[in-house]
Ligand binder design. Structure first.
Ligand code: GAP
Length: 545
């Protein structure tokens, strides 16, 4: 069963060392996350797979790693200083600060024509605070999303040392267009790929690592002759979609969404979003835009830009003249892709039926939980959470034991945990879950944090331990991420590795000592085969691809 809520993913991620809340020892910092030992491996593998696909496997791409801090003028002429802002309004009644355009869209059923139209509606008391319903909203003002900092030891009090933490990696590529072109002696079409941190002071971060204020982007700027842009755009849309599928993402969970004309950024001719069906609904994974010649022109010396030192252009040998290339931009988020792969890989299912009396006991407990929620005063308990929990509990009770994985998912629900009887439900379901369910992360072998785990059948048998450690060392030497573990019975060790997505487990047993073969167990089929220890490295490398 796939994840039904993001909480299941958050819980697994925390429990098994993928992602931790940042600075938790001081109470955390809202919506900032640290990647733990397994998370950093997973995210690095995502970034490596992207780089391999868009740089190494192609002949028309180069890489770049531009600085995060850039001359402030980059952000002036890119348009970010003026336009990279969300319109915010304050509710004088409940002191919340909603996004004014979202309030307008949800209450008027259409996009506003601009800030003025929003403010006319606010002044006419036509818009209500989405939190408390009051019509006492302040005039909407643009709130710039760029983080400001000061460069240099002295804070002069004016803006002379002002710099921004880059809100996208793209501009670092545009301003290096000439450098890459000249040093790599490239001809059109060619592209530049970059992976790096970006920062946005998002008003409404959330949904775990989906929207944060500090994140990593994987961006490509692909330069083409005007006229060849539309075909190149379509080819990148296809290639980028296929990348996710090749790494195991289920096609039915991935879709291409054509942006409507009204949605397009002012510089874009066309934009297609790749969306993933996250537990919270279809949401953007990556945007693939045709940005025309907007950016290269914006950073070129002209009457509109007297600060640029030169022009970003290309001498076209065929036409014997300078042209300004068009740009196709596939722009992905490394954190979002990592989260999507995690969600897609998550699978929790019942592997055998618990005894009937255990199921009956659990069903009664779940029903008494539903009753207890139902009795809660809606003034004291969020009415939405109340309705959701009662419906979920009744559905789970009717479907037990098959719905045990759904009940386990509820263990991560904050509202459910506020109900006293849920402690009991949780205790019983977790005990049954241990024995009768299996959680597997079906990650592509190339993405899995650990590729292979090696166990000795018995940890108190020195010859088995020695051989298992040797096998692990050989696998490491073959370039595989391999670990040794002897901290539990083999069944328990398999279970732990399944939960973190390790595709292969190897057991060294007494037969191994005699014929130098080991058992290779496949995470997905749970099938086992004997393979010669000397052939393991090559065999597993071939499976990883
Ligand atoms: N240069 C174009 C650009 O930056 P974008 O749609 O704003 O376009 C591209 O961002 C990708 O970066 C998004 O599709 C998403 O994957 C990722 N991204 C953007 N904002 C993010 C945030 N606050 N947290 C995590 N990822 C984010």
């Amino acid at each position: 069963m796939p994840a039904t809520s993001l909480e299941q993913i958050v819980s697994l991620a925390k429990r098994r060392g993928f992602v931790f809340p940042s600075s938790a020892v001081y109470g955390g910092l809202g919506s900032t996350w640290d990647y733990g030992p397994l998370g950093v491996e997973l995210k690095n593998n995502v970034k490596r797979a992207w780089w391999r696909s868009v740089v190494y496997d192609r002949d028309d791409m180069e890489g770049l790693d531009a600085a995060i801090l850039m001359n402030r003028l980059v952000w002036k002429y890119s348009g970010h200083e003026k336009t990279f802002a969300d319109p915010m309004t304050d509710c004088r009644n409940c002191k919340s600060r909603p996004r004014a355009d979202h309030v307008f869209v949800s209450q008027k059923g259409r996009d506003p024509k601009g800030l003025d139209e929003i403010n006319v509606a606010i002044a006419a008391k036509e818009l209500k605070c989405p939190k408390c319903g009051a019509t006492d909203l302040t005039e909407a003002r643009p709130f710039n999303l760029m983080f400001r900092t000061t460069v240099g030891a002295v804070d002069t009090g004016d803006d002379s040392g002002l710099a921004y933490l880059r809100p996208e990696t793209a501009q670092g590529i545009f301003v290096n267009f000439g450098n890459v072109l000249d040093t790599m002696r490239r001809k059109l079409p060619f592209g530049v790929a970059q992976i790096g941190k970006a920062f946005r002071n998002e008003i409404t971060p959330g949904n775990f690592t989906f929207r944060t204020r500090e994140f990593e982007q994987m961006e490509i700027e692909y330069f083409v002759r005007p006229g060849e842009d539309e075909a190149a755009h379509q080819s990148w849309i296809d290639a980028r979609t296929q990348w996710y599928v090749d790494l195991g993402m289920r096609r039915e969970n991935l879709r291409q969404r054509e942006q409507a004309k009204e949605e397009l950024a002012h510089y874009a001719k066309r934009c297609v979003d790749l969306e993933y069906k996250f537990p919270m609904g279809w949401s953007e994974l990556e945007g693939i835009a045709n940005r025309t010649d907007y950016d290269l022109k914006a950073h070129s010396r002209s009457p509109e830009n007297p600060d640029a030192v030169g022009e970003l252009k290309y001498f076209d040998q065929e036409q014997k003249k300078h042209i300004v290339p068009y740009v196709i931009e596939p722009s992905a988020g490394a954190d979002r892709a990592t989260l999507a792969f995690l969600c897609d890989a998550f699978d929790e299912s019942l592997v055998k039926e618990p005894p009937a009396e255990e199921t009956t006991k659990l069903r009664d407990l779940v029903l008494s939980f539903a009753k207890s929620v139902d009795k809660k005063d809606p003034k004291a308990f969020d009415p939405e959470a109340k309705a959701r929990l009662v419906a979920a509990a009744e559905k789970i009770a009717a479907g037990l034991p098959g719905t045990l994985p759904e009940l386990l998912a509820l263990s991560d629900d904050e509202a459910a945990n506020k109900i006293e009887v849920f402690k009991k439900v949780r205790g019983v379901s977790e005990k049954l879950g241990e024995e009768f369910t299996r959680t597997v992360l079906r990650l592509h072998p190339r993405l899995a944090p650990i590729t292979v785990a090696v166990f000795p059948l018995k940890k108190n048998e020195p010859r088995l331990v020695e051989m298992a450690r040797g096998v692990k060392k050989d696998l490491q030497a073959a370039g595989l991420r391999a670990v040794y573990d002897d901290t539990g019975a083999i069944g328990k060790l398999y279970r732990r590795q399944d939960e973190i997505g390790t595709p292969f487990c190897i057991t060294v047993d007494f037969q191994s000592l005699e014929d130098k073969t080991v058992t290779v167990r496949d995470r997905d089929t749970m099938g086992q085969e004997r393979v010669g220890a000397g052939e393991l490295g090559g065999a597993l490398r071939a499976k990883v691809g």
